[in-house]
Design a protein around this ligand. Structure first.
Ligand SMILES: Cc1ncc(COP(=O)(O)O)c(C=O)c1O
Length: 385
């Protein structure tokens, strides 16, 4: 029996979502751009999914543009706004040091094309302060992009306050809600943002399907050009089955996240409390009271995170060292580094991210095995820091 505690990397398909995806793959093969019956049926699938995504975010269906996932949505937001703003002379973008690579690497590409970028720092608990934005923002700032919840430590950023400051300076506001959508409420109106990225595979939908919510009136140039799909905002025949899965997952999430959140937070808090009590030299990374309910990130003195990951995998338990994109390398986490943690902490921390299938018994199995696994690794390393 293997235990999966890596839901921030990806989630399994919900069985109801799988049913929808397979039905659409089988029965709705039409091209949604076709005028005939087959096309219109496929278009109806897209319409339903668009409404479901809009409902999850409290936006309008016409404001939802389907993408191939979170990475494309982030690229679309940053590159699309940058291009649309070019004639205005506002060539400064502000983000944070703890963004996902989909944002950080895209910003580097924009910097090579003459954009200036500022990365706001976070405090030791992994939270960005509105004052930092107040200091960094100028009349040149065209876009402020701050993630809603962090993928490694789960911290939730004060998006409402940041958006207010950005708008007071005339900047467009994007939030990467890939790790919050489906876990906690993401209400685009109360957040006060202009653009929101989401990705289906983080909330029991299929990989390769996501969306960028674009507030009506926000100027965003397309990054994929061609046909008139998605009202000329994103060319290319839509991934109808994937989008149907996104819609089904969005519907389920809207119904389930409140009770699931409470359940997962209790399991997560049980892990935190038990690990801190049973294993000396451990610490929780990130603000414990401002995190998505399923995520914890724990440092273990005297071990390498990768070794712990492998040792737990041999015990049948899957965790992560942080962002999936950098696993397999011994790179310290850029998020933990940005929090100012000493270098040993940036290399000895693992992320445990819970999800729908996880049970009390699985958590107890982890807690039963962890002290011995950590103890053994510490013997091997001589408990070096
Ligand atoms: C915060 C964040 N943004 C963006 C992405 C990229 O999403 P996708 O895997 O759908 O491209 C991820 C995935 O790990 C993420 O955690």
């Amino acid at each position: 029996m293997r235990i999966y505690f890596d839901h921030n990397a990806t989630t399994p398909l919900d069985p109801a979502v799988l049913d929808v995806v397979t039905r659409v793959l089988r029965d709705e093969f039409g091209n949604p751009s076709s005028v005939h019956h087959f096309g219109q049926r496929a278009k109806a699938v897209l319409d339903d999914a668009r409404s479901a995504v809009a409902a999850l975010l409290s936006g309008e269906p016409s404001e939802v543009v389907f993408t191939s996932g979170g990475t494309e949505a982030d690229n679309f937001a940053l590159r699309g706004v940058a291009e649309a703003l070019e004639p205005t002379g506002r060539k400064h973008i502000i983000a944070t040091t703890i963004e996902h690579e989909a944002v950080l690497v895209t910003l580097k590409a924009l910097a090579r094309r003459g954009w200036t970028t500022t990365l706001l720092p976070v405090d030791a608990s992994g939270i960005v302060s509105p004052d930092a934005l107040r200091e960094a923002i100028t009349a040149e700032t065209g876009l402020v992009s701050v993630m809603h919840a962090n993928n490694e430590i789960g911290t939730i950023q004060p998006i409402e306050a940041l958006a207010e400051i950005a708008h007071a300076h005339g900047a467009v506001v994007h939030t990467d809600a890939v790790q919050s959508a489906g876990k906690i409420p993401v209400n685009v109106r109360t957040l006060g943002v202009d653009l929101v990225s989401i990705s289906a595979h983080k909330f029991y939908g299929p990989k390769g399907a996501g969306a960028l919510w674009i507030k009506r009136g926000t100027r965003v140039a397309p990054i994929l050009t061609g046909g008139k799909h998605e009202r000329t905002r994103r060319a290319g025949t839509e991934n109808v089955a994937g989008i149907a899965g996104l819609g089904a997952a969005a519907q389920l999430a809207a119904r389930k996240f409140a009770p699931e959140g409470t359940r997962l937070a209790a399991l997560r808090d049980r892990i935190d409390t038990a690990v801190l009590a049973a294993i000396p030299g451990t610490a929780i990374n990130g603000a414990r009271e401002r995190r998505v309910p399923n995520t914890t990130n724990i440092g273990f003195e005297g071990i390498e995170a990768e070794s712990l990951l492998i040792a737990l995998d041999l015990e049948g338990i899957a965790v992560s060292t942080g962002s999936a994109c950098s696993s397999g390398t011994l790179e310290p986490s850029h998020v933990l580094r940005a929090m100012g943690l000493p270098s040993h902490r940036t290399q000895n921390s693992i992320r445990i991210s819970l999800g729908a299938g996880n049970t009390d018994a699985e958590v107890e199995t982890l807690l039963a095995k962890l002290p011995a696994v950590v103890g053994k690794l510490r013997t091997v390393t001589g408990m070096r820091r």
